[in-house]
Design a protein around this ligand. Sequence first.
Ligand SMILES: Cc1cc2nc3c(=O)[nH]c(=O)nc-3n(C[C@H](O)[C@H](O)[C@H](O)COP(=O)(O)OP(=O)(O)OC[C@H]3O[C@@H](n4cnc5c(N)ncnc54)[C@H](O)[C@@H]3O)c2cc1C
Length: 448
Amino acid sequence: MSTVHDVVVVGGGPAGVGTAYFLRGSGLDVRVVEAAAEVGGRTKTVHVAGVPANTGALFVYRDTMSESLATELGLRLIPFRPTTYGIHVAGVTSVSTDDDELVERLPLPLRGKRQLREFMANVLDEYSSFTADGALSRAADSLEDHTVADSLTGLDPQVVAILEAAIKGGAVGKPQELSAKYALRYFASYLAREKNNRLYLVDGMQAIPQAMVRRLPEHTVQLGTRVTEVRFDSEADLYRIHATTPTGSLTLSSRQVVMAVPSPLVAQLCPGLPDWKSRALARVKTPGSTTLNIVADANQCPEVAQWSFLTTVGTRFDAIINPLPGVAAPGTPPGIVRFVCYGNTAGHVPGFSDDPALIHEWVEDFLKVAPALRGNILGVHGQSWEHCFSLLTPERAQVLPELQRPVGRVHFAGDYTSATAGSHGAYAEAHRVAELVRQSVPDSLQRR
Ligand SMILES: Cc1cc2nc3c(=O)[nH]c(=O)nc-3n(C[C@H](O)[C@H](O)[C@H](O)COP(=O)(O)OP(=O)(O)OC[C@H]3O[C@@H](n4cnc5c(N)ncnc54)[C@H](O)[C@@H]3O)c2cc1C
């Protein structure tokens, strides 16, 4: 007779592992089923030239569940303290602590420089009126229904190209898709050189789900198991979770299910969802993205080690981020810098990780921006994500209650059901769903 689990969680990323973590001690038999060979999903960390490098999620946001979990799990955090902002356009890289100087050095006509300065000043004004110490105020909620596209109308094409790359690079979505509130948190905060809202995990973002798994009962997580379908068996009053493994196929049975995979996969894996749920899921945008991690020795060019966020035009990526500007991370020699190039416009590039020629092209683009690092690159890693970020668009904000609502005893948790986005959104959703699961189980069963 096969085991009937109390809860099967589909997906071992932040939301899936988080759900099991928040259910520990409940007495419930929880099984997390993960397709990959390791947990973490889009918080994957790799070692490049011996240095932990984040291929997906990069930062822990302050005062979110990612920060409280990292602290609870005893993980080391370093504040992100940018002092510079940079733009690369038409072959010129300008990086500065001062926006006037930054714009002055760009190869733009006078009118373009004026427009860019004005735009930056307006964004910074808006940022300071809607944030305090790096946190968005309640008043920022009023921006949820607006997009950032309107502010670009009437600007010169070269200026629009810079700002579109800045928005895409900082917040993944296109200006016409993003809520103005979300754009503040991401794109505007880089422009503001915000020092109070991001932290960097010394051992990488994947350290959070990995540390959680170490606190779970053995065998909670079943790796290398790809779920192909979740069906309700009305006769047995159980869910049947069909999956494939490297050696064959298997079916798990469960009283409750948590769908913790990126939203486009939810509808594929759960046939027969009610219309209201399918309609809500269809309104979630999760575009793809490609990242290139570069670890370099910047001892010969210390100014490059101070770079923090650069918007790049005319490159295969839209942005470069150095999460530790001017800081030697514990365990890493001074002057060793880890850059991440974000190809949000490039989207998903299947096979990128295994294509040295393509990776080489991206590295050459990076060297156009940072020529001083030629000959000083110690290692690179390419990664492409089919589903990168569950954008917080006005459309998604409107259907959030439907995205979160269970269907029968199937629950939905992930960045796609969260009021924010990112791993903090996924962990917060794990917590919400774990509470729902607990409430739906009689006390006697929980103490079992
Ligand atoms: C380039 C990039 C930059 C980002 N930057 C940040 C950042 O700075 N800060 C931040 O907080 N967040 C960031 N994020 C977002 C963050 O990584 C995600 O929001 C978060 O990982 C979502 O967690 P999740 O559990 O909902 O989904 P995922 O992390 O996608 O986890 C889902 C899991 O389900 C598994 N899975 C999929 N299909 C199946 C199946 N059929 N059967 C079994 N398992 C399956 C996957 O392998 C995966 O492990 C970034 C993401 C990317 C890609």
